[in-house]
Write a protein that binds this ligand. Sequence first.
Ligand SMILES: Nc1ncnc2c1ncn2[C@@H]1O[C@H](COP(=O)(O)OP(=O)(O)OP(=O)(O)O)[C@@H](O)[C@H]1O
Ligand SMILES: [Mg+2]
Length: 290
Amino acid sequence: MSEPGKPVLVSLRGASFAYEDGPTVLEDLDFDIREGRALVLLGRNGSGKTTLLRLLSGGLRPRTGRLTVEGRPVTYDRKGLTRLRTTVQLVVQDPDDQLFAASVAQDVSFGPLNLGLPKTEVRARVDEALDALGITRLADRPTHLLSYGQRKRGAIAGAIAMRPRVLVLDEPTAGLDPDGQERLLATLDELRAGGTTVVMATHDVDLALRWADDAALLTPEGVRTGPAAVMLARTDLLRQAGLRLPWGVAAAELLLAQGLLTDAAAAPRTPEELSAFLRADAASPVRADG
Ligand SMILES: Nc1ncnc2c1ncn2[C@@H]1O[C@H](COP(=O)(O)OP(=O)(O)OP(=O)(O)O)[C@@H](O)[C@H]1O
Ligand SMILES: [Mg+2]
């Protein structure tokens, strides 16, 4: 369920944005990032997901409206942007737009060095970030010689070395193999357990249903936000946002209709969970959760 009581860390109010000589991408948009809530952003190609994430992380400035961090308006001067970037870190869609240093460790150290932190602190952060992404052994490798998935992990390590309160990821699982996706989700779980709020844009509705507390759908009528399990069962909104129904929603409906499941919140969220659920059901003559 959504928890309106959770403090809003980052908030856009009445934000509109258009690129130079381009049409309006986002208009009069309200968007909140709540502390501790896993938030997923969904929408068609070109609907403005990347644009919105860049507005939230200060890479773009709204034409109208404003961005606040814990209620304080963001100023787009050096000091204001540094403050914003220690709160919100964006990992861009294409790692090649983010990685530029000669080696992975140099790349990951760039942000902390730029904050003026002492060398020992920088070193500790780099080691921790590489370890969290499981790429310690790649530390001295040239970034351009890494595989796509390795570069993607390198880019995420660079963001978490800033120890942001909010980590914003633009399509982080795109291009990762299934094991790479699982490992990334496990890393995000660890970061969340450590107090980092995580926001991601994705086209993967099944991942969204499984991972997110809240879902924001970019539709032609604006952004629609609510609990992920509710939003991702709304076929009208899904259609508007160019998305299909997550298989988990259909499976839960079937299990509920068959009387195999009584609590929708306990519905399986992955094929593995569904399989385990059905096996447990077949094994027990009386359902324990009934
Ligand atoms: N640098 C730019 N200059 C001009 N127009 C841009 C620029 N970047 C994006 N756009 C336009 O802004 C709109 C929103 O693009 P954006 O990249 O935010 O969409 P998206 O939802 O992230 O799409 P995708 O799913 O393909 O990543 C699109 O119409 C796009 O063509
Ligand atoms: Mg995008």
